[in-house]
Ligand binder design. Structure first.
Ligand SMILES: Cc1cc2nc3c(=O)[nH]c(=O)nc-3n(C[C@H](O)[C@H](O)[C@H](O)COP(=O)(O)OP(=O)(O)OC[C@H]3O[C@@H](n4cnc5c(N)ncnc54)[C@H](O)[C@@H]3O)c2cc1C
Length: 544
């Protein structure tokens, strides 16, 4: 028996509803209180699965951005030009609220609504999530400078993508990027050398002139960037550096070259030099690193959400492919070993979605458990989902056989996209150390989180035993825990996922997740199942 295609080739997955076909996502949105967004998310889900969107996503990556440093008459313009498909993806992201929703909608549930859109967008085209999520993360910081915000607030609130390279006064909306990483260091921001010197009063407060460089400076066509630079008086400080100065001239942010990246190719990432570029203070002088860290909390949440999206897309593509490809007399999806592998991917996807969506839902709340959860679990979810996406996208590529390893299908781009979430916004080790710092700074937070996990795990002795280990481990001094920080972070991630599965997944899915993830044979290879349960039923429930 062979499939519906005469050559047994699986048809492209297209024209499906990314939202309506994802029961775990839809339930998470409801739990987050965002039912009010359901109809709009159904619309977005159809838009993300539509053939036209998939083609735009492909083109935006195939026709890569180009740098033009000089005009035909030799003036510096430092422009990056994009294929129109990039602007299509940017318009979709913007219209769907990815660049601003939770900061302009007072409902706490706006975080869940926004999270669902970002998770879907990442499944289809991830490059455009870079400038849009950076813009969103910058909003609370832009509010720290009241004069700056009075002119930029309406532009940040806009749902329109305005790609024109013009001074802010002439624009209908704006994007904001961030510039921290320099040649000598990205994780250790204390090593930043870019200098800022005061240069008198300007439209948005005291103006500073910045001299130095940034080694990674994504989306240089943004209308401005939040940049870390040192003042002689107080050290590391956060500045808003606009693309066009308030007086209408081009700012001296010179793009040296665009990075030739492994993936994320639709998005331009550059190296820049500041040659007395104009900037204004955002936050207190000398407190730049803690100001920037607030922004990083939001981008780290977005990395966890976006990687959950990658895992979901890897699973859905693998399931679709194997249902339509036949070998040894059956659809691949019905071969017992393939069914186990797919079911394991379904579990991984549901657990990743729960971890990220649950975290997002806590961003709108000031309750003590939610505050503690955000502080403790943001680095954990960022670490774990981003790491798991790298493995899972590779596994799904293999499920496609040779068709996975060519650029004529969706798997190559997904696979190349996955590692970047693990690198930027705090690489893996940095996340583990961040978790230890969160625990040592506020031990009560970790206690609250573990108490909650213990309550949920009371029904599941295997998970309960893991919570006890975590409770013992956090009493050790941070220095002693440092060498084992990856093991500790992994355990906390798995225990949290197990508890979320216990609370929100079917009894069958949570039993299979716990049975496999805490099995001593579980490890880097996907598809190590507990050998029990009904994998075919799990698959039917995972993709409606
Ligand atoms: C595509 C892309 C786009 C980017 N865009 C931007 C941007 O727009 N703006 C921006 O500011 N940056 C950007 N970055 C930079 C990114 O944030 C940094 O690369 C990242 O923070 C790591 O910094 P680094 O490259 O200097 O590595 P390093 O800081 O040298 O770290 C190297 C490795 O060492 C590990 N490490 C560091 N410290 C420790 C420690 N104490 N103990 C154990 N391990 C440790 C890290 O986890 C990492 O794995 C981008 C990067 C990429 C790949």
């Amino acid at each position: 028996m062979i499939g519906i295609h005469p050559d047994n080739q699986a048809p492209e997955l297209k024209n499906y509803n990314v939202y309506a076909s994802d029961p775990a996502l839809r339930r998470a949105v409801e739990r987050g209180g965002a039912q009010w967004r359901d109809a709009e998310l159904v619309r977005q889900g159809a838009e993300y699965g539509a053939e036209a969107t998939l083609r735009a996503a492909e083109d935006a990556n195939h026709f890569e951005p180009e740098l033009h440093t000089l005009s035909p008459t030799g003036e510096r313009i430092d422009q990056v030009r994009f294929h129109p498909a990039w602007h299509t993806m940017m318009s979709i992201a913007r219209r769907n609220g990815i660049a601003n929703l939770p900061f302009f909608d007072d409902r706490p549930s706006a975080w869940s609504a926004h999270a669902a859109s970002l998770y879907m967008h990442s499944q289809v085209e991830s490059g455009s999530t870079c400038p849009t999520t950076m813009t969103k993360a910058c909003i609370p910081l832009m509010r720290l400078n009241a004069r700056l915000y009075s002119s930029t607030g309406p532009l940040l609130a806009s749902l329109e993508h305005d790609a024109r390279d013009l001074p802010l006064a002439q624009k209908r909306s704006m994007t904001v990027g961030m510039g921290m990483t320099e040649k000598q260091g990205g994780s250790d921001l204390r090593s930043n050398t870019t200098r800022a010197v005061p240069a008198g009063e300007g439209a948005w407060g005291t103006e500073y002139l910045l001299t130095g460089h940034k080694w990674f400076f994504s989306a240089p066509m943004c209308d401005g960037h939040l940049v870390l630079a040192r003042t002689d008086e107080r050290g590391a400080t956060c500045f808003f550096v606009p693309r066009w100065r308030p007086d209408g001239g081009r700012n001296a942010v010179h793009i040296q070259r665009l990075k030739d990246k492994v993936g994320n190719r639709s998005n331009s990432s550059s190296e820049v030099e500041f040659r007395e570029a104009s900037g204004v203070l955002v936050g207190e002088e000398g407190r730049g690193i803690s100001t920037i860290i607030e922004m990083a909390t939001y981008t780290r949440l977005d990395c966890a959400l976006s990687s959950a999206g990658f895992i979901r897309q890897a699973f859905v593509q693998a399931l679709h492919y194997t249902r339509n490809r036949y070998a040894f007399g059956k659809a691949l999806a019905e071969q017992p070993l393939m069914t186990e592998l797919l079911a394991d991917m379904a579990l991984e996807s549901e657990a990743a979605t729960l971890l990220a969506m649950d975290l997002a839902s806590r961003f709108g709340s000031a309750a003590p458990l939610d505050t503690a959860w955000r502080r403790v679990m943001t680095p954990v979810a960022k670490f774990w989902n981003c790491k798991r996406a790298v493995g899972l996208t590779g596994e799904a590529m293999e499920v496609f056989g040779g068709n996975g390893y060519v650029e004529t299908g969706p798997m190559g781009r997904l696979f190349r996209e996955a590692p970047v979430n693990s690198i930027w916004e705090g690489s893996g080790n940095v996340m583990c150390l961040d978790l230890l710092r969160a625990i040592s700074r506020n031990p009560g937070d970790a206690e609250l989180v573990l108490e909650h996990l213990q309550d949920v795990a009371s029904q599941a002795p295997t998970v309960l035993a893991q919570v006890s280990k975590l409770r013992d481990e956090i009493t050790r001094p941070a220095e002693a825990l440092e060498r084992e920080a990856r093991r500790f972070t992994q355990r906390l991630a798995l225990v949290s996922q197990a508890c979320l599965m216990l609370r929100h997944a079917s009894a069958e899915a949570s039993a299979a997740f716990i049975g496999s993830r805490f099995d001593p044979d579980w490890g880097p290879v996907a598809g190590i199942s507990s050998g029990t349960g009904n994998p075919a039923a799990l698959l039917r429930a995972a993709w409606a």
